[in-house]
Design a protein around this ligand. Sequence first.
Ligand SMILES: Nc1ncnc2c1ncn2[C@@H]1O[C@H](COP(=O)(O)OP(=O)(O)O)[C@@H](O)[C@H]1O
Ligand SMILES: CC(=O)N[C@@H](CCC(=O)OP(=O)(O)O)C(=O)O
Length: 258
Amino acid sequence: MVVKCGGSIINQLTPNFFKSLQELKNNGYDVVLVHGGGPDIQHVLSALNIQSEFVNGMRKTSKEVLQVVQMVLSGKVNKNLVMMLQKEQISSVGLSGCDGNLLEAKAIDVASFGYVGEVTKVNQSLLKSLLDGGYMPVISSLGIDPNGDCLNINADLAAGAVAKALHAKQLLFVTDVPGILNNDTLIQNTTPDEINDLIDEGIISGGMIPKVKAALSALSETLHQVHIISGTESFVTDDGDVKGTSITNNQMNGVMNL
Ligand SMILES: Nc1ncnc2c1ncn2[C@@H]1O[C@H](COP(=O)(O)OP(=O)(O)O)[C@@H](O)[C@H]1O
Ligand SMILES: CC(=O)N[C@@H](CCC(=O)OP(=O)(O)O)C(=O)O
């Protein structure tokens, strides 16, 4: 199972959220955590008076911006998350996508986005070694290019790529809203076709767009369902269902239990 923690919620995750993660581990799931940290990056960029803009949901990343992204994601955010997990008795190892060539990546389009990449290969054996050793890998969304240099990767897309590479059965996006909302009403179940309509109608916008795009691209023969959930509560019901919004392949119906 791949769980992506968004920067919007990473500093407000609750003990109940960690309890649900622990339950998943107790139920035999190998959990890999991928995280972002957009607000923390923004905070440091603003403090240093460094400008950055978003193009199609991606932060345009100059060399100067990249240094801050690297420092914040693989430093403060990654280590805080590892410490939070360990306080909840979940043994974790924090890595950036550069460590052990974990997330090999290529630049998307340097002229438009700067040093922004997309994942081309995941070092599965490194993740397997950690999982076999009883550790939860905690991955910050940086990639390593063919020259061995760092690239900034949108964390939703990084999580989708990790889920695809590992043939994960479940992909959860943890964020600061209870799921996909339509006029404040939670959409509990939806499909790729409906999602595309919701984007066209402007109901899904901003930071929700890369999340649903990553979800749609990760859905596959092995991954039938992606969930978008809040990090402020336990996310599994007493019946073992995942709360929030579940996105299921168009042709499949029904809710999957954990
Ligand atoms: N239809 C929608 N339902 C819920 N949230 C939405 C929707 N459209 C846009 N959003 C926005 O997406 C945000 C989550 O994305 P983002 O801020 O990038 O979070 P994260 O840091 O967790 O990836 C929500 O806080 C909300 O403002
Ligand atoms: C290329 C790109 O946009 N990278 C993101 C990486 C962090 C991220 O995605 O964090 P969230 O999950 O909090 O959005 C950024 O620089 O903000």
